[in-house]
Every structure is written in C-alpha cells, then in structure tokens.
Design a protein around this ligand. Structure first.
Ligand code: ADP
Ligand code: ADP
Ligand code: ZN
Length: 214
C-alpha cells in the first residue's frame, strides 16, 4: 500500500504514520524527519535546510524531491510506504507523479487530515520531539512516562525551534498558500479521502483504516 498523509502542521501526520507503520508493516517517509536528521548530523543539506525550517518556510522543491526520489528506490519501499509531509507543493506533487509513473507504482490513497487552526496551535505549542528517534509527544495530550525522556528509546525530548509561536503562525500561513491546493489536486484525480482529525488518536486511526479499505 502506498499512502500520502496530507494535512497542516500539527494535524497528527507523524503520530498516525507511526501507527500505520505498525499496522501495515510499511515504512514512514517523513521529509521533516530526514531534514532534521541531516541537521543533527550537520550535513551540508541539513545546514542549508535549517535557514528555511527555523522560520517555518518550505525548503526548495528541488531539495526535497531529490531526497524522496532516492528514498523511494530503497528496498524497504517495495511493499509500499507512507509519505508524511511530502508532497507539500503542486510542483512536488507533479514531480512525484512523474517519478511514480516511471516506476509504475501509483499512490493508492491520499488521506487529508482536517483539524481547525485553534486546535493546531495548541498541539504544536505543546509538542515535544525525541532528539534520537523523532518520536512525538505532547505535554498534555500525549505525555511521556518520565518528563523530558522518550518512552521508546530513552532519548532527550526537546521543543523544535519551529514549534515556537512566531514560526507556528508562519507555518499555518505557508500551509494555506502552498500546500492546501493539493487537496483539490488529488480530489480531481479521485485519490482523496478526508479524515476528521479531531478526537482520540486511536479513533482517528480507525477512520484512516476504514478509508484505506474503501
Ligand atoms: P504533524 O506530523 O502533522 O505535524 P504530529 O503527529 O506531530 O503532527 O502531532 C502534533 C502534536 O499533536 C503532537 O504533540 C501530538 O502528540 C499531538 N497530537 C497528535 N494527534 C492528536 C490528537 N488526536 N489529539 C490531541 N493531540 C494530538
Ligand atoms: P510539520 O509538523 O509542520 O508537519 P515537518 O516535520 O513535516 O513539520 O516539517 C518541518 C519543516 O521541514 C517544514 O516547515 C519545512 O521547512 C521542512 N519540510 C519538510 N517537508 C518539506 C517538504 N515536502 N517541502 C518543503 N519543506 C519541507
Ligand atoms: Zn526516542
């Protein structure tokens, strides 16, 4: 199964992707995680991307398209995958279409997760992320067992620079301008399923599984 998770920052893409990985045994491909890993390792790619990420701007299309093209060629993607946070612009979606047409492996479904802005701001403001494994937590909605420590790997939890107030506002703006048009793009292709992203995380997972079966 090849799936795209579409939705504004804080919609729960990363959270749900982790559960879909467990359920379907296919990898999660998060361009945000890949960029942050490069940043932590201080690669030239990571240092270049940081300039955009800290302000909540998008990294140039050519950079992320290159990352995803390479990643899709790895052997664990043969069974399928979950794209989380890519594509984020129409040119990225077109580049993905072209790459997948060449590989003869079309996307099965695009799940568009809908959450109102007021809720997104609360989610992003309280999000904590593991430095080592990138697992996501929330100080109120999904606290770790021990404060500041990752349940799965014992790594240190931190607040992303772009989860601070100014960057959050900008990211929501960037989403509306550059990413929201993808909803129409995939709807026109008959690939879109809309998911209500408010409520219990397990209930939202059930909604996704139903949409993937339908
Ligand atoms: P995205 O990857 O779409 O940016 P995340 O999965 O990182 O979103 O979720 C953003 C924040 O909201 C995280 O702190 C996460 O723990 C929390 N969260 C995710 N889903 C829900 C939910 N259904 N209800 C409340 N909080 C949630
Ligand atoms: P979110 O929680 O907002 O969904 P991500 O972890 O997916 O955050 O992305 C964090 C940042 O990484 C984005 O604000 C952007 O700067 C960069 N980024 C991630 N994916 C892409 C992409 N597909 N195109 C451009 N920039 C991206
Ligand atoms: Zn961890």
């Amino acid at each position: 199964m090849r799936i795209i998770l579409l939705g504004p920052p804080g919609a729960g893409k990363g959270t749900q992707a982790k559960d879909l990985v467990t359920k379907y045994g296919i990898p999660q491909i998060s361009t945000g995680d890949i960029l942050r890993k490069n940043l932590a390792d201080k690669t030239p790619l990571g240092l270049e991307a940081k300039k955009y990420m800290d302000k909540g701007e998008l990294v140039p299309d050519s950079v992320v398209v290159g990352i995803v093209r390479d990643r899709l060629k790895e052997s664990d993607c043969k069974k399928g995958y979950i794209l989380d946070g890519f594509p984020r612009t129409v040119p990225q979606a077109e580049a993905l279409d072209a790459a997948l047409a060449e590989m003869k492996t079309p996307i099965d479904k695009v799940l568009s997760i809908e959450v109102p802005d007021s809720e997104l701001v609360k989610r992003l403001g309280g999000r904590r992320t593991c430095r080592s494994c990138q697992a996501g937590y929330h100080v109120m909605f999904k606290p770790s067992k021990k404060e500041g420590v990752c349940d799965s790997c014992g790594g240190e939890l931190y607040q992303r620079d772009d989860d601070k107030e100014e960057a959050i506002k900008n990211r929501l703006k960037v989403y509306m301008a550059s990413t929201a048009p993808l909803i129409g793009y995939y709807k026109n292709k008959g690939m879109l399923a809309t998911i209500d992203g408010v409520g219990d995380m397990k209930v939202i997972l059930d909604r996704m599984v139903k949409a993937l079966k339908g």
